[in-house]
Design a protein around this ligand. Structure first.
Ligand SMILES: Nc1ncnc2c1ncn2[C@@H]1O[C@H](COP(=O)(O)OP(=O)(O)O)[C@@H](O)[C@H]1O
Ligand SMILES: N[C@@H](CC(=O)OP(=O)(O)O)C(=O)O
Length: 451
């Protein structure tokens, strides 16, 4: 049995949904279908999830929401119209649900955002199940809760409740009927809606693949393979035919937006391969992501990812290495402001702490600086706001120490600053810190040097 996830780009229009139906019908092992909300139809378009965020913003602000509700409804209506469902029950039902969203009391704004934004997937799954039934394909909408999936934690970055897998294992599905499941949204034990982090339909698919014991997790998107580098930076890059879970996890963490980094974890635990495929070119083999030991690398480097969502704090103090508890004091300060860090490369007299910059407001940074001066009295403290990370990843790098030389030489020749180099403990990745304005150039230079 295969769990198959279709991303927002695969469900943006009626034409795209028709391609999805063709794919489902072409393989009878495709039984559990996880759907995202309708995505962008063209460059510059707005995803339904983002329209729902605007609806939530306007609701909180007490603004008139008539237009935004109609804009969202139009996206579903256009898909229904493509299938000729002029007189139907589903569109009025979708409208009712959308209008109802801002009449409910939510315990917090985060709960409100999760409920509004998660409805993009919920309504799309209901619409798709309805259309399939109308065209004579046995299919039914099913809520994640009814499959046994319960989440906890923050409403907009939910975590799976560990007991969910046991419930999912006991779920009996009818092999004659397709299950249409909304991605991204799930519910807590108290019945509140929560979502995974953005792009989280991939996570729903991975959890269901493990929970329902699938043989394969297919992830359909709008590219024919995962490329060795972001195709918007290097045109027509090399495709990756096969890669390991840990390569994918490192690359998706550092910017390969095509697959959510958290979505690797459930499938790793159950050893289920992932096949990333193209809805617009479904016979292309795509990229296969497999257990770590299942690959003999042919190239040292598999992929180069880049992301500019970071900020760094540079701290210098002589004899830092001699002071017991120095790092502990820093971490206590960060924890007191509820700030987590991503990486902390250090030397004998200095260290750099790298953060996801979405956590850092000017006030939080000022408080952290103040507390650090009071507690550890650094000789130098500097915030680097525009900090990008480039992650060079490959199982083959363990046996190829010359790769790093090639990269640093090429960057030096291109006059690119390299304030940080960090070799991951797994030895399959090297992380470089570069200024944001040199990131794209650095990625091109590295790609040329290693491929
Ligand atoms: N290394 C990469 N390989 C392939 N696609 C990439 C890569 N890095 C970024 N992308 C982008 O990821 C996009 C697909 O992800 P996403 O927009 O989340 O799709 P979906 O709508 O199917 O969920 C591609 O269109 C491409 O622009
Ligand atoms: N629709 C949600 C979840 C998701 O996974 O979407 P997509 O498949 O379009 O990346 C989001 O935009 O975050």
């Amino acid at each position: 049995m295969k769990v198959v996830k279709f991303g927002g780009s695969s469900l943006a229009t009626g034409e795209q949904v028709q391609k999805v139906f063709n794919i489902i019908q072409a393989d009878e092992d495709r039984k559990v279908i996880v759907v995202s909300a309708p995505g962008k139809r063209f460059s510059g378009d707005i995803k339904v999830t983002d329209l729902l965020k605007t609806y939530a913003d306007q609701t909180i602000a007490g603004d008139d929401t008539t237009n935004i509700v109609l804009t969202i409804l139009d996206r579903y209506q256009a898909i229904a119209d493509f299938f000729g469902l002029k007189e139907n029950k589903i569109i009025p039902q979708i409208k009712q649900t959308l209008l109802q969203l801002n009449r409910v009391h939510y315990p917090s704004f985060d709960h409100l955002y999760a409920a509004f934004m998660g409805h993009g997937e919920l309504l799309n799954a209901q619409l798709i199940a309805y259309i399939l039934q109308e065209i004579g394909q046995p299919a039914g909408f099913i809520s994640p809760t009814d499959l046994g999936m319960i989440v906890a934690g923050s409403p907009r970055a939910a975590r799976l409740d560990a007991a969910s897998y046991e419930r999912m294992h006991n779920f009996q599905y009818n092999p004659d009927k397709l299950l249409i499941v909304p991605g991204f949204i799930a519910y807590t034990n108290d019945g509140y809606a929560a979502t995974f982090s953005r792009g989280g339909s991939d996570i729903t698919g991975a959890i269901l693949a493990r929970g329902l014991q699938a043989d394969l997790y297919e992830n359909f998107t709008d590219v024919s393979a995962i490329y060795a580098v972001n195709p918007s930076i290097v045109p027509h890059p090399k495709s990756i035919e096969k890669m390991t879970y840990r390569e994918m996890r490192e690359l998706s963490y550092a910017g390969f937006a095509v697959f959510h980094d958290e979505a690797i974890i459930p499938v790793i635990e159950a050893n289920i391969p992932i096949n990333v495929k193209n809805t617009n070119d479904p016979t292309a083999p795509g990229t296969l992501i497999v257990p770590n030991q299942a690959i003999t690398p042919t190239y040292p480097v598999t992929g180069i990812a880049n992301d500019d969502r970071f900020a760094a704090l540079y701290l210098h103090r002589y004899l830092l290495n001699r002071e017991v508890g120095f790092t502990l004091k820093i971490l206590q300060i960060l924890a007191s402001y509820n700030v987590s860090y991503e990486h902390m490369p250090s030397g004998i007299d200095d260290m750099t702490i790298i953060f996801d910059k979405s956590q850092l407001t000017p006030t939080i940074k000022a408080h952290i600086s103040h507390d650090l001066y009071q507690t550890i009295a650094p000789d130098e403290l500097e915030w680097l706001d525009d900090y990008a990370i480039i992650m060079i990843v490959g199982e083959g790098m363990q046996r190829n120490i010359s790769t790093l030389n090639k990269i640093t030489d090429a960057l030096a020749q291109a006059n690119i600053n390299l304030p940080m180099v960090n070799q991951g403990a797994s030895q399959i990745s090297t992380m470089l810190g570069v200024p944001v304005d040199q990131m794209n150039e650095a990625v091109k230079v590295i790609y040329e040097a290693v491929f």
